[in-house]
Design a protein around this ligand. Sequence first.
Ligand code: ATP
Ligand code: MG
Length: 172
Amino acid sequence: ELVNLNALLNFVLNRFDMIIKTNNANKNGQPLQIVRHILDEELWIDVDHDKVIQVLDNLLNNAVKYSPDGGVITVSLEKVKKRARITIRDQGLGIPEKDQKQVFNRFFRVDKSRSRAMGGTGLGLAISKEVIETFGGKIWVESKEGEGSTFRLELDYVDDDLLSSDKQWDED
Ligand code: ATP
Ligand code: MG
């Protein structure tokens, strides 16, 4: 299934912007902010769009969950060496170096007590990794403890000349 990644990412981010706005109406802390850097050129990828939405939802949920009040979450879509790369950066607690590989394992959680208080099962990143690898992509994290986390994923995009009329996910 060919999916317009720019449109899909904007769709997911619009939903998060609405969630943040709604939540903030009930609190008086500093709202989170999502900053987008999405390239103008359309990138099409061959994936199951519901599954990619699930991955983006989880990465963004994590970024929101671990961000401080007033934190900025930066989301970008760019082309890197013939692949589409999405980056989700937050200003949260970060992930210690020794845990960075393990966060993609089932049920692994950094600092059990803190994570338990946050809710969740510890499956989100394991599922995300499985989905992305099924579509031939990769996902990884870069972080320094105390300086936020940066999750990145890359997927092959479909070359322009191979794009045909079976585009399934176009602008709303
Ligand atoms: P679930 O996604 O199943 O609701 P979860 O969010 O705890 O639960 P994962 O998404 O798999 O599970 O994340 C695993 C662990 O990695 C988290 O419990 C947390 O300790 C750490 N983690 C994930 N994302 C971040 C982030 N953006 N900043 C800091 N720690 C993170
Ligand atoms: Mg999660």
